[in-house]
Design a protein around this ligand. Structure first.
Ligand SMILES: *Cc1c(COP(=O)(O)O)cnc(C)c1O
Length: 405
């Protein structure tokens, strides 16, 4: 087998994840480059007219236009699919392009979608505002409550949509239970796996149908580009997603795809290291926060109500956790006293970043919806990066003291 055929599943599928992360999907040109090539080309040329006719008819493989396919994008899609254990993947311009496409490609007027109430602000906007505008009914429920999922099912329920862990409340969904329930009712599950990435959690193993990503987060992991992805069976991608995608155009740019492709090489190392640091920082913070009357939301700590479930369905609990310091004034005081950790609303980055969700990521969803999903005024969310954990603890210690905690 020539080394140029890294797109060959017969070869790549038997590799272990660490190998797939650096080699899966690599598709070398005639130059034999070691690093994946960046094909910044919107179109393609053909040796003869019949070749292009066959490609447009779907009778021959090959590129036709970069809204539909691109060699660099194809490498990223193949690598994500291998890491996810999915038949296929289609890369998208952003996480929200992925969520929007994953929902709109399959829902029609008269259908019903059940969604987790704890969700990224824009995901809630899709459920609360966009879908109803097209006559799609939606219900939002407490996703950590298995009974609530069952109770929300109607005869026209077509999709379950949720995150686990959820942004920013770190609610954990019981993947096996919810996916089994959906299967039994012919409902398609769409899991937003941005907080975990395939390095830490693979929802397809629990029976999920569609896994959608903000690849901006852990997959790029270095705060450079926006990106998204949708993983599912080839049949679903071809028949359900692609008619929507090819005609509406949410595909990722080849440049951003290339950046994420290189990010995937170190995904597992980063995700596990950051998860360990997040547990260490959480263990340091917990007694201080509790003593001050606050609360912790960290799936990696035994105090989380779904800690056992989280560690049973995840390889590690991820770089993100949240804690409540009581009031907005105190939360701002902690943020303003940080010297090393940046005030930033991004996550998954190799830099440690902290934000106040109620005034940033979840600001425009309204006070009632925030209260209902647990985004309190004193809540702070942190993404723990790759810095030395001793420096992170020192910075946090000083900031808490400065804020009187
Ligand atoms: C960031 C995020 C998104 C949106 O992704 P973008 O790449 O910013 O469009 C969706 N879901 C979750 C859980 C996220 O954290």
């Amino acid at each position: 087998m020539k080394k140029t055929t890294g797109m060959n599943r017969a070869v790549t599928q038997k590799w272990r994840p660490a190998t797939q992360a650096v080699r899966g999907g690599t598709w070398r040109s005639e130059h034999g480059e070691t690093s994946e090539a960046l094909f910044l080309s919107s179109g393609y040329t053909y040796d003869d007219a019949q070749t292009v006719a066959d490609r447009f008819a779907g009778d021959a493989e090959g590129m036709t236009y970069s809204r539909l396919q691109n060699p660099t994008v194809a490498m990223l899609e193949e690598r994500i699919a291998l890491l996810e254990g999915a038949e296929g993947c289609r890369a998208q311009a952003t996480g929200m392009a992925a969520m929007t496409a994953a929902l709109l490609c399959q829902l029609s007027a008269g259908d019903h979608c059940v969604a987790a109430r704890a969700a990224f602000g824009s995901c809630r906007w899709l459920v609360d505002n966009l879908l109803p505008r097209f006559g799609i009914e939606t219900s939002v429920i407490d996703s950590a409550d298995n009974v609530a999922w069952e109770a929300a099912i109607r005869p026209n329920t077509k999709v379950f949509f949720f995150e686990t862990p959820a942004n920013p409340t770190l609610d954990i969904v019981d993947l096996q239970f919810v996916c089994d329930l959906a299967r039994a009712h012919g409902i398609t599950t769409v899991v937003d796996n941005a907080f975990a990435s395939p390095a830490l959690q693979r929802p397809l193993e629990f029976g999920a149908d569609v896994v959608a990503y903000s690849a901006t987060k852990l997959m790029d992991g270095q705060g450079r580009v926006l990106a998204g992805a949708i993983c599912a069976s080839e049949e679903w991608l071809t028949e359900v997603l692609m008619p929507f995608q090819r005609n509406t155009g949410p595909i990722i740019s080849p440049f951003n795809a290339w950046v994420v492709l290189k990010g995937l090489e170190t995904l597992s190392l980063r995700a596990h290291h950051q998860s360990r640091s997040a547990v260490a920082l959480g263990e340091f913070l917990e007694p201080r926060v509790l003593r001050a009357g606050g609360t912790m939301r960290h799936p990696g700590l035994p105090s989380h109500p779904a800690h056992a479930l989280a560690i049973s369905q995840m390889d590690a609990t991820g770089p993100i956790f949240a804690f409540d310091v009581g009031t907005r004034a105190r939360a701002f005081a902690v943020l303003d006293a940080l010297e090393l950790i940046d005030i930033s609303n991004n996550i998954g980055d190799s830099k440690s970043l902290m934000c106040h969700p109620a005034s940033t990521t979840h600001a425009n969803m309204g006070e009632d919806a925030r209260a209902e999903m647990g985004v309190s005024e004193g809540l702070l969310r942190i993404n723990v990066g790759l810095e030395d954990i001793a420096d992170l603890i020192q910075d946090m210690d000083a900031a808490l003291s400065a804020a009187g905690l």
